[in-house]
Structure formats: structure tokens, C-alpha cells
Design a protein around this ligand. Sequence first.
Ligand SMILES: C[S@@+](CC[C@H](N)C(=O)[O-])C[C@H]1O[C@@H](n2cnc3c(N)ncnc32)[C@H](O)[C@@H]1O
Length: 230
Amino acid sequence: MCGGEQGAEGLDWREGIVPVSRRFDDPYFSLADGLAETRHVFLEGNGLPGRLRDGFHVAELGFGTGLNLLALWLAWQGAGAPGGLRFTSFEAYPLRAEEMARALAAFPEAAAVARPFLAQWGAGARVIDLPGLRAEVVIGDARETLPAWGGVADAWFLDGFSPAKNPELWSDDLMAAVAAHTAQGGTFATYTAAGHVRRALAAAGFAVERRPGHGRKRHMTAGHLAERRE
Ligand SMILES: C[S@@+](CC[C@H](N)C(=O)[O-])C[C@H]1O[C@@H](n2cnc3c(N)ncnc32)[C@H](O)[C@@H]1O
């Protein structure tokens, strides 16, 4: 199922700045500095920016506000390496550009570079070209769109809503599809340390590690593909 444009009626705003999905009753990012959490969990958790190089492909479950994309783009710009990155994200309920802009306004560093992304997104583009980075957002339920995807990623950001509230984005089958779309030596990272998610990722072929979480969260999970499953 694909919900189409979610629109403002799908969001509440916690403390006026953090978007909360009514459908999932969960925030898009942490109240305690979502950009710092993205850097800790998704970038460092995948060994980034150190592994970034021309042609490196990052994939994500749950595009949301585009904050993770912009954090990756900032890291790539900071790395100053030649060439370009690729980013593919899977999203069932795309936000409107004005909702994204309101959410991103809480992070001045990301907001400062968001304009070219928001302009293309607002014009209906789902392949977004930024200097040094081409991003594609695949619209639809990831349980259908990821198995049909022809690509492989070097690093995965697993960023669904919490497994308790959004179990379909953490299922055994979907974690197996993540592994099947991971390059040799590829990695994943996620903020959750839920045991069933770690077990699903291990069963899919990842070597799974529990690591210190961000802020008050004790643990997160990261890992690398131990065994390529065909
Ligand atoms: C925590 S938010 C992602 C935050 C995002 N990475 C960011 O940078 O703002 C989780 C996202 O997963 C999406 N989602 C939930 N279930 C999904 C599904 N079955 N398929 C694809 N996307 C889904 C939600 O619409 C939401 O945008």
C-alpha cells in the first residue's frame, strides 16, 4: 500500500519543531538533536565518512524529512573527495516540501543546504541531483519496492519508526531483502537495539554488533555483511 502525499493532516508538531506521524504515533527524529543522532547512528555506525568514495551507494529505509540525506551530503562535502555518491531511499508516505522545510529548520546546518533539495522535491522530482550526490526516493511500501530494486548498497540506514509501532519495516523478510541488496563488505546501522531486529539481521547474513547509542539511548545496532546470500 502506498499512502501518497501525507500532507499536514498526517503530522503533529512536538514542541512546535519535531514532526510526529499520526499514522505511526512516533517522531521522525529525536527531540535531543536529530542531526547529532543521525551522525552518530547512521554515519559513524556505517564507518562514514571514512569509507566514502566515488560511486559509493547508500540506501535507506524511510526517507522522512530528508535529514539523513542532508547529513550524508554535508559529510561528503566535508570529505572533499572527487566524484559522486549515490543515495536511494524507500518511502511509502512522502512528506510535502513545506513539511520537510519546517522540520529541517530545527537544524541550521542542514537547513542551510536544503534549498536545492527542497526545490526539486517540491517540483515533484523523486530523483534529486545535488552537487556530488544523486538521490532517488522510491515511493511505495518497501516490502514491495525493495525486493524489486535492481541496485545494491554499500551502506544501509535502517530508519523506520520504532519496531513496536512500525513492525512491517523491520520484518525478517525485509531484513533478508536488505542483505540481498548489500554489496560485498557492505554495512548497516540502526538506532534500535530490539532483539528481534538484531536476530533478523543476523539470520539474513550480517555480523551484528550492539554499540553505544546516542544521548540517553543505551544501545544501537550496526554490522557488516558476513556472508553474501544469493
Ligand atoms: C523515522 S522516519 C524516517 C526519518 C528519515 N530518515 C529522516 O531523515 O527524516 C520513518 C519513515 O519510514 C516510513 N515508512 C514507514 N513504513 C514504511 C513502509 N512500509 N515502506 C516504506 N516507508 C515506510 C515513514 O513514512 C517515515 O517517513
